[in-house]
Design a protein around this ligand. Structure first.
Ligand SMILES: [Zn+2]
Length: 411
């Protein structure tokens, strides 16, 4: 494992530590090896260290996206169906290597990847390659193949001749025995999280319907928890969200049509919510319904209400974008959406750092700038606690004590 040999002393214009306090001036941070070892006054750098001065920049913890798909690329380049049907796993893996690098260099130092969408367990190999420092990329928590109800995902069979053998975007199961078997297999292959799809567009007219019964969700989640794997559930309809909560899931993905009552239940249970706002906007834009600078599109208006309800009810809201639907390396769009729909920049930054670290069960080492924490940190020019779009201007990226991106002009 490569680590920085020389200690690094960073003097930013301001520092935002992810501890709930506002950004502060006049502080410096010291990295030794793979850890942050001190935060204190900026006037006394220790001897024999590399000094990085960033007077115009804000230093903050590396960002985390808790809903990503490194094995997908934007649907306006290639549709989801075409990617799953026509692109070989090896080709998709080569793309994923590029996506991982773009993600890291844009300031996202950790991701939860929620399913390879037909690329098998290639995410587990990618996670290993990054951890072994063979390629640059964010720290990964992965979900492997993910689990769907039989006949309830894509590519949709009705679009093809009935005797076609179609690869699917996730592992298909029916009944408690099969879903438990799939959970055990996916965990055995190395899945850190189990991802279930509790609803999908499988109604007669393509409307969203629940796909798993409560008994199946319960069986899967009980088994996953026995194996110490948290469970993320894709659910957009109120009924599916409610079932997933009743079954004891750990995070709800999308949740677009959740009711106030259901979000209140989510808050009481301490289940996390990943709103994936950017995915909805991106897909609408690919269909010609993009949100303009001053008006929300028809696709985004209901999400604005749902997001407000989740905020009001005190739900734990993480930052999860569903990147892959849109370009890797532009994950910051999700924070911009969170602010546009009612969070303060400070709240959105907390979601993408300390709160996501807690959702990922990594809050003793990630998501904050503090002595003893992993040296995963970034600098952006400007002040993202006032203007969230400063996240587009990343100038420094350090992961695990290693500098992956440095300001122009510094060596
Ligand atoms: Zn997703």
């Amino acid at each position: 494992m490569r680590t920085a040999a020389t200690p690094i002393f960073i003097r930013p214009g301001r520092m935002w530590c992810g501890d709930g306090k506002p950004a502060q001036d006049g502080l410096a941070l010291l990295i030794e090896g793979r850890r942050i070892t001190a935060i204190g006054a900026s006037n006394a750098p220790p001897e024999n260290c590399e000094i990085i001065d960033l007077p115009q920049a804000t230093l903050l913890p590396g960002l985390i996206d808790a809903h990503a798909h490194l094995f997908l690329h934007p649907y306006n380049e290639t549709s989801w169906n075409e990617q799953v049907l026509n692109e070989a796993e090896a080709y998709r893996t080569i793309r994923a290597v590029r996506h991982a690098k773009a993600t890291l260099l844009s300031g996202f130092t950790a991701l939860r990847d929620l399913g390879t969408e037909g690329a098998g367990y290639a995410d587990i190999a990618l996670q290993r390659a990054i951890a072994e420092d063979l390629i640059p990329g964010p720290r990964l928590k992965v979900a492997g193949r993910a689990i769907v109800a039989s006949g309830c995902y894509g590519p949709a069979r009705r679009l093809f001749r009935p005797d076609c053998c179609l690869p699917q975007g996730a592992e298909e199961v029916s009944g408690c025995d099969e879903i438990v078997r799939a959970v055990r297999h996916q965990a055995a292959h190395g899945a850190d999280w189990i991802k279930l799809y509790a609803d999908y567009r499988v109604g007669p007219d393509g409307e969203t319907r629940p796909t798993f019964g409560l008994h199946e969700l319960r069986a899967a989640i009980t088994c996953a928890h026995d194996l110490n794997r948290p469970v993320a559930v894709h659910a957009t309809s109120d009924e599916a969200i409610r079932r997933a909560l009743e079954a004891g899931c750990d995070s709800i993905e999308h949740g677009y049509d959740g009711s106030r009552k259901t979000f209140a239940l989510m808050a009481r249970q301490g289940c996390a919510f990943l709103p994936t706002l950017t995915a909805r906007d991106a897909i609408a834009s690919y269909r010609g319904g993009h949100t303009s600078d001053d008006a929300l599109s028809e696709a985004m208006r209901p999400l604005a209400l749902t997001f407000r309800v989740a905020l009001d009810e005190g739900v734990t809201i993480g930052c999860g974008s569903d990147v892959g639907v849109f370009a890797h390396g532009t994950n910051y769009r999700e924070l911009e959406w969170m602010v546009r729909l009612g969070m303060s920049p400070h709240q959105a930054l907390l979601s993408a750092t300390a709160i996501n670290a807690r959702i990922l069960r990594s809050d003793s080492s990630l998501g904050r700038l503090a002595p003893g924490f992993c040296a995963d940190l970034i600098a952006v020019s400007g002040d993202p606690t006032r203007d969230i779009s400063a996240l587009r201007r990343v100038t420094l990226v350090i992961k695990d004590g290693v500098i992956h991106r440095r300001p122009m002009g510094s060596s």
